[in-house]
Write a protein that binds this ligand. Sequence first.
Ligand code: SIN
Length: 481
Amino acid sequence: MIDSRFFREDCYINGLWVGGQDRIKVNNPATGEVIGSVPKFGRKETAAAIDAAQEAFLLWREKPAVERGELCRRFYQALMDNQKELGRLLTIEMGKSLKEAMGEVAYAANFFRWFGEEARRIYGDVIPSPWAGKRIIVTKEPVGVVGSITPWNFPTAMIARKAAAAMSAGCTIVAKPASQTPFSATAYGVIADDVGIPKGVINIITGKAGEIADEMCENPKVRKITFTGSTEIGKQLASKAMLHMKRVSMELGGNAPVIIFDDADLDRAVEGAMISKYRNSGQTCVCANRILVQAGIYDRFAEKFAAAAAKLKVGDGLEDGTEQGPLIDDSAVTKVEQHIEDATSKGAKVIAGGKRHARGRSFFEPTVLRDVTPSMLIARDETFGPVAPLFKFETEEEAIAMANDTEYGLASYFFTSDLGRAFRVMEKLEYGMVAINEGILSTEVAPFGGVKESGLGREGSKYGVEDYINTKYALFGGLTK
Ligand code: SIN
């Protein structure tokens, strides 16, 4: 049991806490201890949550934008006022360090603040009419009930990115968190009560992923599906949602390149690549999956980068000074091991880490591999763990070709001090997001999302609201006397 009033083991539906007999147990990945359980709900309970969201939608959409915005702002404040307590809950169920967890709570809160402000700026248009005596007006309307499915790697922020956008636009939401990390989500029910969100506007349901997703995709009251997770599941959900012509936002997998050019500031490049790779123990869809280093700087970069990785402090996220927590579970570790084994069997060399950490469980040493080539598994597949593979390239054209040689197109990064190159490369990278001389780019004010098989739609920023809005064209005729 976790001693926090935010720790709730029931679902939050229509403003009420709803329990069930059939349960899913939840572990702390750092200790293996069972910390609690949540209901294993299915289609019936999901349909009930959707009904509640639909009823609430009819009232919520009528609220003046300024009032919806104010409730979002209060949500922001509540998250910030309880940042440490919520961060602790997140660390216990997910494993990331308390520092990162508190950072995530602030990241989540910022979405509520941003979208709360945006609520007042969802403007329509008046289009000059081509006909005398007629007027063309364009209005913006909330899409309706939103079904949201979010992953375990950012259990607080991913819901916020969707719920805040939905709520500001006038939509209501049924949110299904990952079964590994439901408590950061059920905590949203406590906050919703605290800040006075009307019942049914936000509903949190836990349980059988397939059944909940099917109900969301097939129930006609749901008008939009938003998902963050793997490309494989995203494709399944998008096809099901499409059968019912629902709007979709899909934030899917990545295979992010970090390109280090010879002319880069070496220390800045090492620092940027470190944060990109090892944030959240490498369990992010925007984290460096391939580090491409130009031949002239390769050895020096490899040496400094490996030294920095070896210094990272691995431990329970609640311990002081921990920089890298455990991976989410044993299958995550197995995947990391397979990538290392495949690379080393084909000629890559381990220059830092390389194996399970002495602490046992799902702790893994921050690892660096050099002499990695595009024929290795790690070049194609998202590792989702703390392994940095260093590839070598000779020319700018080769780096761009290598970077784009993937079906994914989410985040990319490069380091250079040449302004011309910065623009050339930025324009040629086939990615939804590009960071130049920076290793982290996530913020609520910028559009987050990918191209190619990394997904559809954008989250955060003014573009993020558009995904929750329908455009209506109204023609007013007969206006002449
Ligand atoms: C993700 O990994 O899905 C999100 C990462 C972020 O928002 O920075």
